[in-house]
Design a protein around this ligand. Structure first.
Ligand code: KG4
Ligand code: ZN
Length: 338
């Protein structure tokens, strides 16, 4: 089965052709147009600009994915697209394009929940993953832990009490004037750091639960920059900036992973999936490998280009879902529930 997957829920416009085989999904092509240069000056995604840019990008992105896979729309067996959640103006670009293409060529059409997409990104490298699985989805908008009993079900176990982990990376990069998005540049700085700076204190919760909160990190970084204003201008090559990035990255990865062993035991989990943009983080990836080995969990973290938003994960999830009847009556949903 050949599936075209489309994704434009935030600021990436992406299309991919995936072949679903008996041995799992195989990536035939993947195209992504980044809008970083557009949103960079604002330090975050501007929804109106993202929506306009997606409209300009979507046709070329689709055409490039099909051309790279050497297939035309008529050669497809199915079209899958992100239905939500996300920015509605952004979602509508690929959503409308998918409906038009499905109608024109009489193709089966399926709308996919964005987070089921992130889970299915792990299916490329681990099609035989044993379930139940703990699924940590960490991005600019999500820091959520789910229990999955298969590739198409996610049951929420816990989520951040305030900011997403990706936001802590992005806001830190903004305060240090390192550019946007913050995750990759903070990661590179942290890896180059000769030493860590003072560690960040983990949050304490009155109810005593092992939980997540990342908003204190923003304040922590802000106070350090106020104390040492040089940091805001010193740039990515500065050892003190690098040390601060390393402390931040260590705090985020340690805090993210801390509750997992107990929850894995409580839910008899056999594997751990980590996906979403923050799953590209080098320290999170290496620490997760150690944790999984210690806890006897099979670990599945997609390759970095499949961790961030992409059309391939939507195609992989769409391969497992039942196509909807009439695409015309379908709508995107900014607040889509699982
Ligand atoms: O999944 P994604 O592409 O989009 C959302 O749905 O949010 O995730 C984007 C987030 C951004 O916050 C970005 O800074 C973060 O993923 N990110 C990283 C890394 N690469 C991307 N965070 C930490 N380390 C990285 N290497
Ligand atoms: Zn995402």
């Amino acid at each position: 089965m050949l599936i075209l997957g489309l994704e434009s829920s935030c600021d990436d416009c992406s299309a991919a052709v995936v072949e679903e085989t008996a041995a799992g999904p195989v990536l035939r092509s993947l195209v992504r147009e980044s809008q970083d240069a557009i949103h960079g000056p604002f330090g975050g995604v501007v929804p109106e600009l993202a929506a306009r840019e997606h409209l300009l990008q979507v046709r070329a992105v689709m055409a490039a994915a099909l051309a790279q896979a050497g297939v035309g729309l008529t050669g497809l067996d199915r079209i899958a697209v992100t239905r939500g959640p996300g920015l509605v103006g952004s979602l509508l670009a690929t959503f409308s394009a998918s409906k038009a293409a499905a109608w024109r060529h009489g193709l089966p059409w399926v709308g996919v929940h964005h987070l089921l997409g992130h889970l299915n990104a792990a299916r490329f490298a681990a099609p035989d993953l044993p379930f139940p699985a703990l699924v940590l989805l960490v991005s600019g908008g999500h820091t959520h832990l789910y229990l999955a009993k298969d590739w198409t079900s996610l049951q929420l176990l816990q989520k951040t009490r305030d900011d997403a982990a990706g936001e802590a990376f992005d806001k830190t990069a903004r305060m240090l004037n390192l550019g946007y998005p913050g995750g990759p540049v903070v990661d590179a700085c942290a890896q180059a750091a000769p030493r860590t700076a003072e560690p960040f204190t983990p949050p304490k919760f009155r109810d005593g639960k092992a939980s997540w909160s990342f908003s204190g990190l923003k304040t922590g970084v802000k106070l350090r920059v106020e104390r040492n204003p040089r940091l805001a201008e010193a740039g990515a090559a500065d050892p003190e900036v690098q040390g601060l990035c390393r402390s931040l990255q260590e705090a985020i990865s340690t805090w993210l992973l801390k509750p997992l062993p107990a929850l894995a035991q409580e839910h008899s989990a056999r594997s751990l999936v980590i996906s979403g943009g923050v799953a590209c983080n080098s320290r999170l990836r290496s620490e997760a490998a150690r944790l999984a080995a210690r806890a006897g969990l099979r670990l599945a973290i997609p390759e970095p280009r499949l961790c961030t938003d992409n059309g391939a994960m939507i195609a992989a999830a769409g391969a497992l879902l039942t196509p909807e009847g009439d695409p015309w009556i379908q709508n995107a949903d900014a607040d889509l529930k699982l």
